[in-house]
Design a protein around this ligand. Structure first.
Ligand code: NAP
Length: 293
């Protein structure tokens, strides 16, 4: 069993940490904001990043965005400045390939092994240890990290050199974003056309274009449930990451641009803290329909 420092106890971090604890690892956490009592009962809390990472065999973090990774990993008080050279550092956040490359270089400069390992799945998969993790970095480091990645994952996918995990995550999130937009457009059209939405979802569930996202999000939308598993503000962040990544390679992603535009409108409407599926409320409103009726 390993001594792990875990940083970022948000929606995803909490689920991951509880599964690492259950697997017998010794976890010390640090979080920017105070943590609730029920979380504190189950973990050891460090007063600073430096205290958390001191002596850790692994440092893992699941942070909101590029800014958070700069603050936590790359600032003068951050992980790269204080971690022991023998530690393996694993970034589980969804961030740009550019920031991922800066991290890889900063850790390499200190002789520290580093993996970019963003995750697919949401709150439920994090809580159940059922994430799908895509990993970039040195393959031997990946092999050495399986003991801490397996307790939080359903499958692990080694994608190649540093940065390839971050790139794969954006490739996958292009599909997730397009599915949410497609679900919102299709349910709005179906409702306007007088179809029964339970019947529509019944067709979506079995056909050759079925998707667990259509099932889970579709039922929640009909129940008017937009409680956050994955906050809309983070989906907007990811849409912009996909757009910038594609731009940097000269690749056109018109479906992503459409989805980012819908997400921006949903954010402006005040849905940023709701689930990413709240973008569907904008599409339903455009069509003049209420999907929960
Ligand atoms: P979250 O609940 O918003 O948690 C974000 C974490 O980042 C919190 O611990 C937060 O600390 C910390 N943080 C944010 N800005 C910071 C800063 N400047 N300095 C230090 N800490 C900072 O987000 P999440 O849903 O767990 O997502 C975490 C990552 O996983 C994101 O990159 C997200 O895109 C990705 N992801 C999420 C899902 C999902 O379904 N939720 C699925 C796949 C991937 P505070 O507590 O102080 O705010």
């Amino acid at each position: 069993m390993s001594a792990i420092a875990f940083i970022g106890m948000g929606t995803m971090g909490q689920g991951m940490v509880f599964n690492l604890v259950a697997a017998g690892h010794e976890i010390t956490v640090w979080n920017r904001s105070p943590l609730p009592h029920d979380v504190l009962e189950r973990v050891r809390l460090a007063a600073s990043i430096a205290e958390a990472v001191a002596g850790a065999e692994f440092v893992m973090y699941a942070l909101a965005d590029d800014v958070a990774v700069h603050d936590v990993a790359l600032s003068p008080q951050g992980i790269a400045a204080s971690v022991d050279a023998s530690t393996i550092v694993i970034d589980l956040s969804t961030i740009s390939p550019e920031t991922s490359a800066v991290e890889a270089a900063a850790f390499a400069a200190r002789g520290v092994r580093f993996l970019d390992a963003p995750v697919f799945g949401s709150k439920e998969e994090a809580a159940n240890g059922g994430l799908w993790i895509v990993v970039g970095g040195d393959e031997a480091t990946f092999e050495s990290s399986k003991s801490v990645l397996e307790p939080i994952s359903a499958t692990l996918h080694y994608m190649g050199p540093a940065g390839n995990g971050a790139k794969m995550k954006l490739v996958g999130n292009l599909v997730v974003a397009a599915q949410l937009e497609a679900l919102g457009e299709s349910l709005s059209l179906a409702k306007k056309a007088g179809l029964n939405l339970d019947d529509v979802l019944g067709v979506f569930e079995v056909t050759d274009f079925r998707s667990p996202i259509f099932n889970g999000v579709g039922s929640a939308v009909l129940a008017d449930d937009y409680s956050p598993n994955f906050a809309l503000k983070l989906m907007l962040k990811d849409g912009n990451l996909v757009r910038n990544f594609a731009d940097s390679l000269g690749v056109h992603v018109p479906a992503t641009l459409a989805t980012v535009s819908t997400l921006e409108r949903a954010f402006s409407a005040g849905y940023g803290e709701e689930n990413a599926s709240a973008l569907i409320k904008v599409l339903a409103s455009d069509a003049g329909v209420n999907l929960a009726e």
